[in-house]
Design a protein around this ligand. Structure first.
Ligand SMILES: [Zn+2]
Length: 368
């Protein structure tokens, strides 16, 4: 059990949720049976899972059999950019910070996985590329790149200090149990003028993140800022952000030419919103389709006991695949009188409605 907050070390918490439905998902999109407690630190407000032996065993099992992007054969999730064009998440992150990337340098990507971020970086910049992961699942085409130097295996290889101009951790921090060790280590490996590029889910825009059992931290702007400030004097949130996520940059020296967000949104009424969500999904719903195939969609499917019609996804890489016995259809295959559960933000729905104005979406964010 966390005796202490994983950010500030304080030992008193509010219990936001004592989850008893036993239905959760993993970040690699599998359904699991597990209960958990969600805590909020009374001092720094950080939202975190209660860490105990049984949760660490579950998480270890997930990592042993981890399959990133299995529905797209190791290719990255597609997101829509400002012009509604499908791009991969990495290219959107790089586009949002492009003024801050120099012509040459060394990049270390921690949590490399199949290597999707390194691949995108190599398309745009001629830097020396390094990866670091617990397993070697990196795609062969990345290892064959001329500027790809090495994949370090975590807890095994020694990574040199003060060498890297950028260290990227894309959807890694929310998995880390020992944040102090992790961030001190990164700080030590960055050059003086280098920066850490972080991408995490935003709990205030994506409440479903709570039910991803291997996400032990659930950040919003304030708590992420508070954490990073303990290690880096300069913390920035670029003005352009990806829906439902947070991009942050942290550095030892001041960074010029960076346009940042003015107001940092805070997480509100998390407890009420979680309860409203669970109530809604435990009632009988009409026959609906579920939009998306990522963990939020899978979580809804599981709580509905699979009493729904199909998944809908806009990624052509997924059309026709079967996920937990349900077909993944394209939006064009759906009658426009079918109700569609939409487990993402209102902002995301507004973009989708531009493409499918006559469809009957039920936006869960409006209900909760
Ligand atoms: Zn705390």
């Amino acid at each position: 059990m966390n005796k202490k907050c994983i950010i500030c070390g304080f030992n008193e918490f509010d219990v936001l949720l004592n989850y008893q439905f036993e239905k959760v998902v993993s970040s690699d999109n599998k359904i699991l049976n597990k209960n958990f407690k969600l805590l909020k630190c009374k001092k720094c407000q950080h939202v975190q899972k209660q860490l105990d032996k049984s949760l660490s065993i579950t998480i270890d099992k997930i990592y042993t059999h981890y399959e990133a992007y299995s529905l797209t054969n190791g290719n990255e999730e597609q997101r829509k950019d400002g012009n509604n064009i499908s791009v991969n998440r990495s290219s959107l992150i790089l586009k949002n910070i492009k003024k801050n990337i120099k012509k040459n340098g060394k990049l270390l990507d921690i949590g490399t996985g199949t290597g999707v971020f390194l691949q995108e970086f190599s398309r745009q910049y001629n830097w020396e590329l390094y990866g670091c992961d617990v397993h070697n699942n990196i795609k062969s085409e990345i290892q064959e790149l001329a500027n790809f130097k090495k994949l370090f295996i975590a807890n095994h290889d020694i990574i040199p200090s003060q060498q890297f101009n950028i260290i990227s951790t894309i959807h890694v921090l929310e998995h880390i149990f020992d944040l102090d060790l992790f961030l001190n280590d990164i700080k030590n490996k960055l050059t003086k003028d280098g920066f850490l590029l972080l991408q995490v889910p935003n709990i205030s825009e994506n409440i479903f993140d709570i039910f991803i059992i291997d996400h032990v931290s659930h950040f919003y702007y304030e708590t992420l800022h508070y954490l990073l400030k303990q290690y880096f004097p300069y913390v920035y949130f670029p003005k352009l952000q990806i829906d439902r996520e947070i991009t942050a940059i942290a550095s030892k020296s001041k960074i010029n030419k960076i346009e940042t967000l003015n107001v940092l949104e805070s997480s509100i009424n998390l407890k009420t919103r979680i309860n409203n969500l669970l109530n809604y999904l435990s009632n009988d719903n009409d026959k609906v389709a579920i939009f998306g195939t990522s963990p939020p969609a899978l979580f809804c499917a599981s709580l509905l006991n699979f009493k729904f019609d199909c998944f809908i996804d806009e990624s052509c890489l997924k059309f026709g695949n079967i996920l937990y016995g349900k077909k993944i259809k394209s939006p064009q295959e759906i009658n426009d009188d079918m109700k569609i559960l939409f487990p993402y933000s209102k902002k995301a729905l507004n973009n989708i409605l531009k493409r499918y104005p006559s469809y009957k979406f039920i936006c869960l964010e409006n209900i909760i």
